[in-house]
Ligand binder design. Structure first.
Ligand code: UFG
Length: 329
C-alpha cells in the first residue's frame, strides 16, 4: 500500500517524500504545482498534477492506488497574504481539506497526518508553548489551519478518521544530500532571504523591528530543520499504524534565536559580512515563539538530529549556493 502526500512538491512536502522513500514506503504525490516544483519530487514517487479541490480527480487517484494513509501539506501558507486574501485561504485550505477528507471517507482511508502551524496559537501568553496553550490565531492562515484540525476532530467522531496534527515552528534548512531545498517565489522567510545577500541577489537584509521586548530587540523564533520535520511525519504515520490515538504535537527545537543571532550565524557559515539594516516592524509578528516539543519526543519518540542552527544554515547554504535560482522552473 502507498502513502498519499498532498502538496508533496512543496518545501516540507518534498523533504517528507524523500524521508518516506528512505524509510522504504511507497509514495504517491498530488500537487497542483501552484507553489510546488515538479523537480522537487523524487522520481521514485508516483506523481499526479492536480488540485485536491477537484473531487473527481482525487477519487481517480484513490481508485488507481491502494492508499493506506494521507500526509496532507497542500495548502496556502503565507500569513501576510492570508490577511489580504482571506477567501482564497478558506477556499484552498478549508475547502481543499474538505474535498480531501470526503475522498478519503468515500475510499475507506482513515488515517491522516496534517501539516499544521504555530500560527494556530497567535500571540502566546507564555513560552515555551505547550499544545494545551489557547489557540487564538491572528490571521486567516492560522485560522484555517485550526479549522482544518477541528474538521478532523469532528470527522473522527462521525467517521472514525484518525489524525495527527503537527504544529511546526520555523521550518528551515535543506536535505543534507543537496538534492532538494527551499524555493518560494516570492521568498518571505528569514534564512533564505539572508542568504540572498551573499548570493548577490540583495544588498542587505532588512530586520523587521529592533524594539521588541527581547534582549537585542529583535524577534525570537524556534528554527527546526526540515528533515527533522519530515522524520516526525513518518513517526506520526507509525503512531497511527500502531493504533495510536489522534493527537496534536508541536515541533520545534525548544531554543530561540533572535533575528540578529540568525544573521550572525549566517555570516559565520557563508564568510560574507551580510550587511543588515533595521526596517519597520512587520504586522502580526509575535516577539517570541518557542515550542515545547516534549510531547512529540515522549509519544512519537521524535528526536531532532539538527539541533545546531549553524549546521541547519549550512544545509540551506549548500542548497542555495548550488541552486541560486532554486529549481529554475
Ligand atoms: N524577518 C526579518 N526580515 C526578513 C524576513 C523575516 O527580520 O526579511 C523576521 C520576521 O520578522 C520574524 C523572523 O524573521 O521575526 C522569522 O520570519 P519568517 O517570515 O521566516 O517566519 P515567521 O516566524 O514569520 O513564520 C513562521 C512560518 C509561518 C508560521 C509562523 C507562525 O513561516 O508559516 O512561523 O507564527 F505561520
Amino acid at each position: 500500500m502507498a502513502i498519499l502526500v498532498t502538496g508533496g512538491a512543496g518545501y516540507i512536502g518534498s523533504h517528507t517524500v524523500a524521508e518516506l522513500l528512505a524509510q522504504g514506503e511507497r509514495v504517491v504525490v498530488v500537487d497542483n504545482l501552484r507553489t510546488g516544483h515538479r523537480s522537487a519530487v523524487s522520481p521514485d514517487a508516483r506523481f499526479y498534477e492536480g488540485d485536491i479541490r477537484d473531487g473527481a480527480f482525487l477519487n481517480g487517484v484513490f481508485r488507481d492506488n491502494e492508499i493506506e494513509a494521507v500526509i496532507h501539506f497542500a495548502a496556502s501558507s503565507l500569513v501576510g497574504e492570508s490577511v489580504q486574501q482571506p477567501l482564497d485561504y478558506y477556499d484552498n485550505n478549508l475547502f481543499g481539506t474538505h474535498s480531501l477528507v470526503r475522498a478519503m471517507t468515500a475510499n475507506g482511508v482513515d488515517k491522516i497526518v496534517f501539516s499544521s502551524t504555530a500560527a494556530t496559537y497567535g500571540e502566546p501568553e507564555s513560552v515555551p508553548i505547550l499544545e494545551t496553550a489557547p489557540t487564538r490565531p491572528e490571521s486567516p492562515y492560522g485560522e484555517t489551519k485550526l479549522a482544518m484540525e477541528n474538521m478532523f476532530r469532528w470527522c473522527e467522531r462521525a467517521y472514525g478518521l484518525k489524525f495527527v496534527s503537527l504544529r511546526y515552528f520555523n521550518a528551515c534548512g535543506a536535505h543534507p544530500d543537496g538534492s532538494i531545498g527551499e524555493d518560494h517565489k516570492p521568498e518571505s522567510h528569514l534564512i533564505p532571504i539572508i542568504l540572498q545577500v551573499p548570493l548577490g541577489q540583495r544588498e542587505h537584509i532588512g530586520i523587521y523591528g529592533d524594539d521588541y521586548p527581547t534582549e537585542d530587540g529583535t524577534c525570537i523564533r524556534d528554527y527546526i530543520h526540515v528533515m527533522d520535520l519530515a522524520n516526525a511525519h513518518w513517526l506520526a504515520l507509525k503512531h497511527l499504524r500502531a493504533g495510536g490515538a489522534s493527537d496534536i504535537f508541536n515541533l520545534g527545537n525548544g531554543t530561540g534565536f533572535s533575528v540578529k543571532q540568525v544573521i550572525d550565524l549566517a555570516r559565520g557559515v557563508t564568510g560574507h559580512p551580510i550587511p543588515a539594516a533595521v526596517s519597520p516592524r512587520r504586522a502580526g509578528d509575535p516577539a517570541v515563539l518557542i515550542a515545547s516539543s516534549e510531547k512529540a519526543r515522549a509519544v512519537l519518540g521524535w528526536q531532532p538530529r539538527y539541533d545546531d542552527l549553524s549546521t541547519i544554515i549550512e544545509t540551506a547554504w549548500q542548497w542555495h549556493s548550488r541552486h541560486p535560482n532554486g529549481y529554475g522552473d
